[in-house]
Design a binder for this molecule. Structure first.
Ligand code: GCO
Ligand code: MG
Length: 435
């Protein structure tokens, strides 16, 4: 039988709900047979598009769609230098599209290709945030009423910038300038710094001022409040987002132990992975890490030494389903569970790919879910349904999701200041805070 080959590779750049998405569509020599994959790196989307168009596409055209493993391995080293976020995202778009095609050819959802179901649906966690403990609590209550049992809680630190409280009604300029009344909480910027900051001179692209100790105190007050109000039945999660000095992170992980978090995420920057050993020896707070990892060199030590409990990898940052299923299998051997990264800047195709592994993996932990905007839902028919706190597969072959290309064309990337860079967050003395 004549092999079915890769006939065309399309890169679709679209922004239906103010988040830049990158989707790969592979068309084959079989009329009507195509696959879609997620290549979304929302801070550098056009670099990923160039990596696909200029390098991967000419490299894989004509290859047999059945040979996913060989296409992945040969593409991975086709750049010689490897393991970076741009090239991995490009590779992920191709890889996931090939898994989608294989499922369609076998008339099976991808989780069946991987060995079938370990569960019927994937429990998810959602994000509750606010400017006060009461506001966060009310948001938590509204999610509980909708059937969610795992809820990530983040709160604005009075007077400072905070990760995860996107709905903050504290204007950026105020977040940038903790006023005198907060001086008891922590350092405040100098007048000259603030003048330059507000005039956007030296410190352009304001992401606000962050100080670790006010943040930790306000986070601890939030955990206390949420446990007081809802008890210990609810599973609460929290994302530090790599912003505090490592030794403070060790202290913080011990302080939160009594609140019995489901997990504490991104306690350190990936450059400080070595500190996790200290945490492991001093507390049983469950640890989640991984969204910033791209390379096997970062991942293997954390799993083999059981330094984490949950793998938070952004699947397209490691190159797609092919490597993610291998990382999952390694995790199972070390009893480390999965918790794939799944906020709004994982595309709907990426969420569908996450779900395939969630349904199949024995060592599934939890799935992060982002409630999609209306346009996003319409653009991606088959977006996994979220009901009763779980994400449900639709049982369709492949990834079970598609993209409306005509609609995608109507929502091109918007212009962005500073190239759409991630927040430039600074300490009160003006020095950079690493996310
Ligand atoms: C999370 C992540 C995200 C990232 C974002 C970066 O836990 O969901 O921390 O919020 O910050 O995906 O673009
Ligand atoms: Mg995170």
């Amino acid at each position: 039988m004549k092999p079915i080959t890769i006939k065309n590779v399309k890169t679709i750049l679209t922004e239906p709900d103010n988040i830049r998405l990158v989707i790969v569509k592979i068309e084959t020599s079989e009329p009507g047979l195509y696959g879609v994959g997620c290549a979304t790196f929302t801070q550098r989307p056009t670099a990923v598009a160039a990596a696909i168009e200029d390098y991967l596409k000419p490299f894989i055209l004509g290859k047999n769609v059945a040979d996913i493993e060989d296409i992945w391995q040969s593409s991975y080293v086709s750049s010689y230098w490897r393991n970076g976020p741009v090239l991995n995202n490009a590779l992920s778009g191709v890889d996931q599209a090939l898994w989608d095609i294989k499922g369609k050819m076998a008339n099976m959802p991808v989780y069946d290709l991987l060995g079938g179901r370990a569960r019927e649906a994937a429990p998810v966690y959602v994000h509750a945030s606010g400017n006060s403990v009461e506001e966060v609590g009310d948001r938590v209550e509204s999610f509980i009423e909708k059937g969610f049992h795992h809820i990530r809680i983040q709160m604005a630190t009075p007077g400072y910038a905070t990760y995860g409280n996107g709905k903050s009604n504290i204007p950026q300029s105020e977040q940038a300038a903790p006023d005198k009344k907060n001086v008891l909480d922590g350092p405040i910027p100098t007048e000259s710094f603030l003048r330059e900051y507000k005039e956007g001179k030296t410190y352009t692209h304001p992401g606000g001022i962050f100080e670790p100790k006010p943040y930790m105190r306000s986070a601890l007050s939030l955990f206390e409040y949420i446990r007081e109000r809802f008890g210990y039945g609810l599973e609460i999660l929290h994302d530090v987002h790599e912003r505090i000095p490592p030794i403070l992170g060790v202290w913080f992980a011990k302080e939160v132990e009594k609140y019995q978090l489901f997990f504490l995420e991104d306690l350190f920057s990936p450059e400080d992975n070595e500190y996790f050993k200290m945490v492991r020896n001093q507390t049983s707070t469950p640890i989640a890490m991984g969204e910033l990892w791209n390379s096997p060199h970062e991942i293997i030590p954390m799993i083999k030494d059981r330094l984490i409990d949950f793998i938070r990898i952004h699947m397209s940052q490691v190159g797609g389903i092919t490597p993610a299923k291998k990382i999952t299998a390694m995790g199972e051997l070390f009893n480390v569970r999965t918790a794939w990264h799944g906020p709004g800047d994982t595309s709907p195709v990426g969420h569908a790919a996450n779900l395939m592994l969630d349904i199949n993996a024995y060592n599934f932990g939890i799935q992060e879910a982002a409630i999609p905007g209306e346009r996003t839902k319409e653009m991606f028919p088959g977006f996994p349904e979220i009901k009763n706190g779980m994400m449900w597969p639709n049982g369709k072959p492949g990834l079970g999701i598609d993209i409306d290309e005509e609609m995608a064309k109507k929502f091109p990337f918007k212009e962005r200041e500073f190239g759409g860079a991630w927040d430039t967050v600074r300490r009160a003395d003006g020095s950079m805070v690493k996310p």
